[in-house]
Design a protein. Structure first.
Length: 540
């Protein structure tokens, strides 16, 4: 374990425990739609719930772009020039740097090219994007040029939509009759409307909420999507987890039944099966490319966890980052935080400590998120403080360390976050920093190679420096972080059972920010949390 960032004492393997019942595991607040109401009203309610608990769901709130981001172990022996693919597509594939198909592409491409509907279970980072884009482009290239939308790709996040569009443009390099556009939340609707009117596209990459906006507000849009020949739902499980089922059903009702439908999903729970039965032909093919026993985390990632009281978290985090930067001049670190507002607070504290910090979360504009994401992707010697908008599938090369502060929403989120490091066969490190009362999460990952490391003993002078930085952070940031913290942990089924204890823990968090008295919270927010009139909480 030599060379690991900032820890003392010999790490020891976590003792195996019997997993708790699923009811006892941490639960991420879930958006429940009501079929009796309109889609817009549902999305508005989602926003209110997200504000109450600071859930980082935009409400269009990411995964690998394509084969370029996969580990060599996912490559097959089949070359693209051995497939039934047109010369124009082959030239685009060659220029994009792809030679061999990934295993996902090898399994799905022949079936999709036959025109079959496909439900594919596939991990992120295994080349799924090319797997659905390439055969769809092959079909579209044989159609007469028109102003109709022929390929519709729906995705759960803005970042993923942008990545897929970039990949599509690579494959379309020599297909001069085809064009791609992106419609996502966080951008101006009139601007998108003008763009689609002036230069009609055949391929549309979109988040569901913004698609509904165009159906409701853009003249002629409903007619244009009646030309859809291929519908793709990527990250289908995530789409449904984020409460988009009603939007998806509405969109499906507008497009032709005689289309080809492709669903790609990392997991196939009951809800994904239900939407596949609604969206796909009865004879659709289920292709599972996730083999039993596959490693969920990269074997080259050195995982460890540390347990320390909340009042020490900022100091430990600062100490870990300084030591890691001293060991690796080309360091690239991602710090994952529980909520958007806590992300902002952590970024502000670390910036006060003169570290090279960037932040990304759903509370900043889409243009700012894109700028930060691009900078971090290209840079070295940079620390990105992020909410879960960066957790699933964003391809940042050469990340040397991932630190997760506080409870991940669940096991899969821990794994997805960890997967930002140790990519393309390179080594990586992952540290999970927990408070003592958060240790129950370890039951959900006790089968992973995660080791316990003793939290570093931080020099008193560093602690004083950190406390000074915390004091300098604006009070409004601390108040927002407190409210978000309370909402997040109130949604955790293990923590929220004992409300007096939850209030006490929230007070502990407040003190870690240097506040003697916990901030007051608006009554409307407390009501949304189900915490109005709970003893110990101050309302405003």
């Amino acid at each position: 374990m030599s060379g690991s960032p900032g820890y003392s004492g010999a790490p020891r393997r976590q003792r195996r425990r019997r997993p708790r019942d699923a009811e006892e595991g941490p639960a991420f607040p879930r958006v429940v739609t009501n079929r009796a109401r309109g889609a817009r009203e549902v999305r508005q309610e989602t926003v209110v719930q997200a504000e109450a608990m600071d859930v980082d769901v935009d409400v269009e709130k990411t995964t690998e772009a394509a084969a370029g981001g996969v580990d060599g172990s996912y490559l097959s022996d089949t070359r693209f020039d051995q497939c039934n693919v047109s010369p124009l597509s082959l030239k685009g594939i060659h220029d994009a740097g792809y030679e061999r198909l990934t295993r996902v592409q090898e399994a799905t491409l022949p079936v999709i090219l036959q025109g079959k509907d496909v439900l594919a279970k596939a991990k992120t980072g295994t080349g799924k994007t090319v797997a659905f884009l390439l055969p769809a482009i092959e079909l579209l290239s044989k159609l007469p040029r028109s102003t109709s939308i022929n390929l519709l790709v729906m995705l759960p996040t803005r970042e993923l939509a942008n990545q897929v569009a970039v990949e599509a443009r690579k494959l379309l390099k020599y297909h001069s009759t085809l064009d791609v556009q992106v419609v996502i939340g966080g951008t101006r609707l009139p601007q998108e409307q003008r763009s689609m009117k002036s230069s009609p596209c055949q391929i549309l990459v979109a988040t569901p909420g913004r698609l509904i906006d165009h159906l409701d507000n853009t003249p002629g849009f409903a007619t244009r999507i009646k030309g859809v020949k291929v519908l793709v739902l990527d990250e289908a499980d995530r789409l449904l987890d984020m409460g988009f089922r009603r939007d998806i059903e509405k969109i499906i009702s507008f497009i032709p039944k005689g289309r080809q439908t492709l669903l790609f999903s990392a997991t196939v729970p009951a809800e994904v099966r239900q939407i596949s039965n609604l969206a796909m032909q009865k004879d659709y093919k289920f292709i599972n490319t996730v083999q039993e026993g596959d490693e969920e985390t990269h074997s080259q990632v050195n995982q460890m966890y540390m347990v320390a009281s909340l009042d020490m978290h900022f100091s430990i985090l600062y100490d870990l980052l300084k030591k890691h930067a001293a060991e690796d001049v080309e360091y690239k670190v991602i710090i994952f935080c529980t909520t958007a507002k806590f992300t902002k607070l952590v970024a502000e504290v670390l910036s006060q400590l003169k570290l090279n910090i960037r932040q990304i979360h759903s509370r900043i504009s889409q243009s700012a998120r894109t700028k930060v994401s691009d900078e971090f992707r290209k840079s070295k010697g940079l620390i990105l403080v992020s909410s879960d908008v960066s957790a699933r599938g964003v391809d940042y090369p050469d990340v040397s360390l991932v630190i997760q502060v506080g409870l991940p929403s669940d096991r899969q989120q821990y794994i997805h976050r960890l997967g930002r490091t140790g990519r393309k066969g390179k080594e990586g490190q992952g540290i999970l920093l927990l408070a003592p009362w958060e240790k129950h999460f370890l039951n959900s990952v006790n089968d992973l190679s995660i080791l316990e490391a003793v939290a570093p003993s931080v020099n008193p002078s560093i602690q004083a420096e950190v406390k000074g930085a915390v004091r300098k952070v604006d009070m409004s940031s601390k108040e927002s972080a407190y409210q978000a913290w309370l909402g997040y942990y109130n949604s955790n089924k293990t923590v929220n059972r004992d409300k007096p204890r939850l209030v006490k823990l929230a007070e502990e968090f407040s003190q870690s920010m240097g506040l003697e008295v916990p901030p007051a919270i608006p009554k409307l927010i407390l009501r949304k949390m189900g915490l109005l009139n709970v003893a110990g909480l101050r309302s405003s």
